[in-house]
Design a protein around this ligand. Structure first.
Ligand code: SIN
Length: 178
């Protein structure tokens, strides 16, 4: 069984795996469009975390983890609980750099879940990320960890990196006022 991580599962898979590889998912893009009320925000003050949005010709790079068949049910149960804030499992085809493909599972938070926030201006996303905090830590920490993990994988994601730059500008501006 292969599981594809494109958000927090990149830096914190929290399950044991036999192997991992950089992988690409075609026709999907990563967006900060999912509200988080159980990890990076709280009910009434949700944070913004990433989900996958269907986009023909788009793609999303992430990490594919290979899990042994014996422990796969336990892994799914653990991830179903962790991703319960609006995410459901989907079967997808994962592409590796060498051109090979494999079937895998991915957690997607679609527009029909109650925590879904959808598109917003980058300025609004930045404001929300700077103020949100939840049981798993600050929303800013989620953004930093995601951006750093993508850089470590040599993956470029204009959406994530643009928001990271704007968040840092806001913080710098705040510091210079003080
Ligand atoms: C994922 O990482 O694959 C799902 C989204 C998240 O937990 O951030």
């Amino acid at each position: 069984m292969w599981i594809f991580g494109y958000g927090s599962l990149i830096w914190n898979p929290s399950f044991s795996y036999q192997d991992y590889r950089l992988a690409r998912l075609d026709n999907w893009v990563r967006r900060f469009w999912q509200g988080s009320t159980d990890h990076r925000g709280v009910p009434g003050y949700p944070g913004r975390v990433v989900t996958l949005i269907s986009e023909p010709a788009g793609h999303c790079w992430g990490v594919a983890y290979k899990c042994g068949e014996s422990g796969s049910q336990q892994v799914i149960e653990k991830l179903d609980y962790r991703e319960k804030g609006g995410y459901h499992r989907e079967s997808v085809t994962l592409n590796f750099i060498d051109g090979s493909t494999i079937e895998g599972l991915v957690y997607v938070a679609g527009p029909d879940n109650s925590d879904y926030l959808g598109p917003a201006s980058e300025a609004d996303i930045v404001t929300q990320i700077l103020s949100a905090q939840g049981p798993s830590g600050s929303n800013r920490d989620y953004l930093n960890k995601l951006a750093n993990s993508l850089r470590n994988l040599s993956v470029t994601d204009p959406h994530v990196f643009s928001i990271e730059t704007k968040v840092q500008s806001e913080i710098n501006a705040e510091i210079s006022i003080r």
